[in-house]
Design a protein around this ligand. Structure first.
Ligand code: SF4
Ligand code: SF4
Length: 134
């Protein structure tokens, strides 16, 4: 019904944003070139919106506290964790993670913490910043 649609549109316009705007004010021909301009300070970005409380972003892993019990591997639905038998620690693949938080919930040593960080896109999913304890 048109009236309902118009009402929904107006409501959406007045609702606080839940997603981030595109990072730059125009659509660049080349995103890599735009990224270089951002790094050099020649191009400003739209600041990300504040994340809500209890946001589930990129994990941190406390390698020292880990006792190698492997409970986190058992509950991970995404096979984002691998055991390193020599170290008796785990390796975390950020690119496979669904940020469900089950590993953090079950870990007896609180090794995993879900942070506010969500800017985790990269060209190489095996780069050091996309693998914890590589
Ligand atoms: S947050 Fe979920 S998907 Fe990611 S490593 Fe932990 S259990 Fe696996
Ligand atoms: S559940 Fe915690 S202590 Fe056990 S292996 Fe995973 S990170 Fe280490």
């Amino acid at each position: 019904m048109p009236t309902t649609t118009v009402f929904t549109l107006i409501k959406q316009l007045l609702t606080k944003k839940a997603t981030n705007p595109f990072p730059v004010k125009y659509t660049p021909d080349n995103m890599h070139a735009a990224a270089s301009l951002i790094e050099s300070g020649k191009l400003s970005i739209n600041p990300p919106i504040k994340v809500p409380p209890n946001y589930r972003g990129k994990l941190t892993y406390d390698v020292e506290a880990c006792i190698g019990c492997q409970l986190c591997l058992k509950v991970c639905p995404a096979e984002a964790l691998a055991f390193k038998p020599d170290e008796k620690k785990v390796k975390h693949y950020v690119s496979r993670c669904t940020f469900c938080g089950q590993c953090a919930n079950i870990c007896p040593k609180d090794c995993f913490v879900l942070t506010d960080e969500f800017l985790i896109a990269g060209l190489d999913k095996y780069s050091d910043d996309l693998i914890l304890n590589p």
